[in-house]
Design a protein around this ligand. Structure first.
Ligand SMILES: [Zn+2]
Length: 116
């Protein structure tokens, strides 16, 4: 039997829970930082118009297997070919016009969720 080691164990335990309490109360006052996400940049209306004109106001998605274009005109959105959150730019070359269904499909394929 070693009583001192039992006592030491108790002591360590209580000091550990103490420090946890301190960390938690400190964390609660801190604003969570998102280091991965960068803020979305506004795509100018001129750029959007140009994109829509180039796409002839149709969805630009083409089926990777058949090559068939979607050409839907329903709820068109500007999509980043390389996702913005993955470092894609707002240059015309990285943007395309997609219908809502294909925009969310493209986001899913890129491993992103739109959070809707
Ligand atoms: Zn489409």
């Amino acid at each position: 039997m070693n009583y001192s080691s039992v006592f030491d164990g108790e002591h360590t335990k209580s000091s550990a829970s103490n420090s946890t309490f301190l960390t938690q109360s400190f964390a609660a006052t801190e604003i969570p930082r998102r280091q991965v996400k960068r803020p979305r940049e506004y795509i100018s209306i001129h750029k959007r118009r140009e994109l829509f004109r180039n796409a002839q106001y149709c969805c630009e998605y083409s089926d990777p297997k058949t090559g068939t274009k979607c050409t839907s005109k329903y709820q068109l959105q500007v999509d980043h070919i390389q996702a913005w959150s993955l470092g894609g730019s707002n240059n015309i070359g990285n943007l395309r016009v997609l219908c809502r269904a294909h925009n969310s499909l493209a986001a899913k394929q890129a491993g992103l969720s739109l959070g809707k």
